[in-house]
Unconditional design. Sequence first.
Length: 226
Amino acid sequence: MRILLVEDEESIRDVVKLNLEMDDYEVIATGNGRQALKHYREQHFDLILCDVMLPEVDGFSITEQIRLSNMEVPILLLTAKDTPADRIMGLKKGADDYVTKPFNLEELLLRVKGLIKRTSKSPENTPEIYDFDTNKVNFATYEAIGTKGEFTLTKKEAMLLKLLIDRKNEVVSRQQILQSVWGYDVYPSTRTIDNFILSFRKYFEKDPKNPLFFQSVRGVGYKFVN
């Protein structure tokens, strides 16, 4: 799960980021509102954890702009403002929850966990045999039919392919790929993952240089589009 943390107080940002990462979340952190919106537009996040008072663009405005295009991603606002009017303003802008400073770190982590659990979608249950365009993959036997005929996938290829298809039309980060396919013990290089995607394009794309199904999202990861 990926969290965008927006907090301009460096000490708070570092502590929250560290504790979120200890709970196995992937965290992108910034102290600037404009930079936060840039991250949001370029990447996929499962939750936005955002301070209200920020340089350039405040948390209320960030919430409002995100809600123009996305009503599903949970937004948790952090702020030193604790008046009822401020809380109501945050909720009116589209926030799902509101935590005032100073806050109890354990309570914040529980609220994050609760919001993600409540709003997250289970990945699609990919059938054992999956067809897309003229391609076919049997995830039980690793046998496949691609643009050049029949072949057999390796176990890792099948695992990565199934992950991308399970999350079709969503960006899957490199961190998610590493955790799901390789686990925590042995990490390949980023180049290794790139080579797997290149192989998928050769197997299944009619024009590998202009892929329709296996797309790269620069600086983030990959997605399967169908």
